[in-house]
Ligand binder design. Structure first.
Ligand code: 5GP
Length: 212
């Protein structure tokens, strides 16, 4: 992976325990800001009702996933809740070259890996307003059986243990307020000096402030 010296876009990682409302927030973000591109991950998890291959995820068999992983096709990958998940390296590199802002919905293990590869990536953590709300949201989802829900509650607590590694924290109590905060974080990320200098190279050169 090249360094992002010439990368004019921003990379935003959104991490949250299941039940924090991450997907609804990301969908609303994408609707409001068409310049954001969402990375569609590969997974070995079975599709949930209503999920479409290539829209929520690229659904792969374990053998397919491992073959792609071993071929170096994933920028990062992790095992979460007993399934494999990975981010396509070639898709991300294409977006980076085109200067697009990319959103990754990944877990803390993936965020750590990306942080090492792309130090300017912004890590946003979304928290539920309380543990009760988190458990309620997981139960109401009703797409998973009881054993899966319990596994997700345990995994949520593990995910929460990594909140301090993130750069920004959004508490998803009132949806619109959380969405507004996320949009502010994205604006601030786009205005980072390194991103701005890469984006406005002519101006930087004219003013003699080109980054090295
Ligand atoms: P779900 O199965 O509920 O869609 O996602 C389970 C967890 O896997 C979530 O925490 C989600 O963020 C994470 N996840 C989804 N895609 C990826 C990925 O490409 N890489 C990593 N590391 N985690 C992912």
């Amino acid at each position: 992976m090249a360094t992002n010296h010439f990368y004019t876009g921003s990379m935003l990682m959104i991490v949250a325990p299941s039940g924090a409302g991450k997907s609804s927030l990301v969908n609303a973000l994408l609707e409001k800001d068409p310049s954001l591109q969402l990375s569609i991950s590969c997974t070995t998890r079975a599709p949930r009702p209503g999920e479409v291959n290539g829209r929520e995820y690229h659904f792969l068999t374990e053998a397919e996933f491992k073959a792609r992983r071993d071929a170096g096709d994933f920028l990062e990958w992790a095992e979460v809740h007993g399934n494999f998940y990975g981010t396509s390296r070639s898709w991300i590199e294409g977006q980076m070259q085109a200067g697009k802002d990319v959103i990754l919905e990944i877990d803390w293990q993936g965020a750590r890996q990306i942080q090492k590869l792309v130090p300017s990536a912004t890590w946003i953590f979304i928290l539920p307003p309380s543990l009760e709300t988190l458990e309620d949201r997981l139960k109401k989802r009703a797409q998973d059986d009881e054993a899966t829900i319990q596994k997700r509650i345990a995994a949520a607590k593990e995910e929460l243990a990594h909140v301090r590694e993130a750069h920004y924290l959004v508490i998803n109590d009132l949806f619109e307020a959380a969405l507004f905060e996320l949009r502010q974080i994205i604006s601030a990320t786009r205005l980072r000096a390194d991103c701005q200098l890469a984006r406005h190279q002519d101006l930087a050169q004219q003013l003699g402030v080109l980054s090295n």
